[in-house]
Design a protein around this ligand. Structure first.
Ligand SMILES: NC(=O)c1ccc[n+]([C@@H]2O[C@H](COP(=O)([O-])OP(=O)(O)OC[C@H]3O[C@@H](n4cnc5c(N)ncnc54)[C@H](OP(=O)(O)O)[C@@H]3O)[C@@H](O)[C@H]2O)c1
Length: 251
């Protein structure tokens, strides 16, 4: 009898859209997808960041292009998608944090974070899923803060818990179309977004006390999860979260 074969982790011939792919976790996601053979389209607001990311990817022999855009701007997103062939993969890493005590949150801060992290993530998934006529994989870079609470993070947690909820509902709705929808939930990863948090000794002590493994996260820690969830290796995985939290939520 033939041995069962491990499904392929390769992504040759597939097209991946990576909002937030110009730096940090998103750039690592874009690299992981492209290194597995996908053609990757990165998007971010900053033109320079997009250009640099695409230059780094293509210099490494990978297939990539980029677009400077605000993915929270639905009209701009629709214009962009109208010019693109459908995507097989969406890995949304565009995100924003404005941390502070809940007692002091302004409506402006709430709206800015919710506009990108929740509303933006929702309509990105919706718009890209519309083109996925042959199935696909949608991944939202959520957070461990979509599973627990955190100091000064009421707004951020509200948006990430929202992403967790909508992901499950979308997975139920789109499962019959073979579109898989999942979240990736990192702990604190060293990126431009977390520089200020890591620089604060009190916050750093909080992080070190909660991550069970003996270090903080690096962007490379997210890359295997992205590859798994994008590829046929996870063909039966939908409506769930892959926590990359170093044991934070274990207790
Ligand atoms: N770092 C962590 O510890 C950590 C942990 C858990 C979850 N996360 C989540 O992971 C995601 C990425 O975080 P990161 O640490 O990699 O952040 P980052 O280094 O600040 O990168 C954010 C990316 O999103 C882009 N972006 C921001 N606003 C955008 C908009 N309106 N339209 C299009 N692109 C936009 C940024 O480029 P422009 O500024 O040029 O637009 C950049 O490419 C976020 O959703 C974050 O919540 C991060």
């Amino acid at each position: 009898m033939a041995l069962p074969q491990t499904p392929s982790f390769r992504l040759d011939g597939r097209r991946a859209f990576v909002p937030g792919g110009s730096r940090g976790i998103g750039l690592a996601c874009a690299a992981a997808l492209a290194q597995a053979g996908a053609h990757v389209v990165v998007a971010a607001r900053g033109d320079d960041g997009v250009r640099t990311a695409v230059a780094e990817l293509t210099a490494a022999g990978l297939s990539a292009e980029g677009m400077a855009m605000d993915v929270g701007d639905l009209a701009a997103l629709d214009d962009f998608l109208a010019d693109q062939a459908p995507f097989d993969i969406l890995c949304n890493s565009a995100g924003l944090a404005r941390h502070g005590p809940a007692i002091e949150t302004t409506p402006e801060d709430f709206d800015a974070v919710a506009r990108l992290n929740l509303r933006g993530a929702y309509f990105l998934a919706q718009r890209v899923a519309r083109g996925m006529t042959g199935g696909g994989s949608i991944m939202q870079i959520s957070s461990q803060m979509g599973h627990v609470g955190g100091v000064d993070r009421a707004v951020y947690c509200a948006t990430k818990w929202g992403v967790e909820g909508m992901t499950r509902a979308m997975a139920i709705e789109w499962g019959p179309r073979n579109i898989r929808v999942n979240t990736i939930c990192p702990t604190f990863i060293r990126t431009p977004l977390t520089e200020a948090t890591f620089a604060d000794p009190e916050r750093r002590a909080w992080i070190d006390a909660n991550i069970k493994l003996p270090r903080v996260g690096e962007v490379e820690d997210v890359m295997g999860a992205v590859l798994f969830l994008a590829s046929d290796a996870s063909a039966m995985v939908t409506g769930t979260s892959l926590l990359i939290d170093g044991g934070w939520t274990a207790g």
